[in-house]
Write a protein that binds this ligand. Structure first.
Ligand code: URA
Length: 238
């Protein structure tokens, strides 16, 4: 017997956290009974588990790569009706969820998957998966500020882990940096740059693990190639 949210995550329905939200929202049933409490233990081999009325084993595991445009939310549904990344994946039949989040104003590489375990591993800092960002920041950044970004910056939720911070170019009023992080805290790049005195003007994620948005226009997406999927899974020990 396993916890229902873990079973949902392993079945590729959502991350564990998202699976908890699905349960609390009353979208999950076990043997015909809607379950809205967390911690219920189930046996997926002998019990019939449905999400939105669909058996959980019915869906194959898939991962898509989206070149996210600015102005879209990294959620599946917005109660205020604002455009979400899910709206862009028009022809995707599977229930895929963003792997981590990009801010509404951030553009670039965003993966979406229905493989909960893969999503968990790609975002948990323990697995050390690299995310590379290009940040256009205000002001002429100094070598000292770059060093501080790479050594760690104190934020209200603790010091950031060592990162790679390289200069692409700097002018008198603006500079362009490349930051490679293995953490994925909320608004991390923006908060790090702000903390060293250089607020972000524009932010793009140019790489997630081995994947870039090369050949994909903003707003377009594609399914990962089998070789890319294998590589990604191997990277996080799956
Ligand atoms: N860091 C940020 O500040 N924003 C993002 O969208 C991603 C990383």
């Amino acid at each position: 017997m396993e916890r229902l949210q873990k079973v949902l995550a392993h079945a590729g329905i959502a991350s564990r956290r998202k699976a908890e939200e699905l349960i609390l929202a009353g979208r999950v049933s076990v043997d015909g009974q809607i379950v809205t409490t967390l911690g219920v233990r189930v046996d997926p081999r002998h019990q019939r588990i449905l999400v939105d009325g669909i058996p959980i084993e019915a869906e194959r595991k898939v991962t898509y790569l989206l070149n996210k445009p600015p102005g879209t939310l990294s959620t599946v549904h917005d109660p205020h009706g604002r455009p979400t990344v899910r709206d862009l994946l028009r022809d995707v039949p599977e229930r895929v969820y963003p792997v981590g989040r990009l801010d509404a104003d951030t553009s670039g590489v965003l993966l979406l998957t229905n493989d909960g375990e893969l999503s968990y591993r790609l975002t948990h800092p323990r697995f050390g998966v690299e995310k590379v960002y290009r940040a256009l920041v205000q002001g002429r950044i100094t070598d000292g500020a770059l060093r501080r970004l790479s050594e760690g910056v104190p934020l209200e939720d603790g010091m950031t882990a060592p990162a790679k911070a390289t200069l692409v170019w700097r002018g008198d009023r603006r500079s362009l940096l490349e930051l490679t992080l293995t953490e994925g805290r909320n608004r991390q790049v923006r908060r790090m740059c702000e903390a060293v005195g250089h607020p972000v003007l524009e932010l793009t994620r140019i790489r997630f693990a081995t994947l870039t948005a090369e050949g994909l226009r903003q707003g377009s997406y594609r399914r990962l190639r089998p070789s890319e999927e294998r590589k990604l899974r191997r990277l996080v020990g799956l």
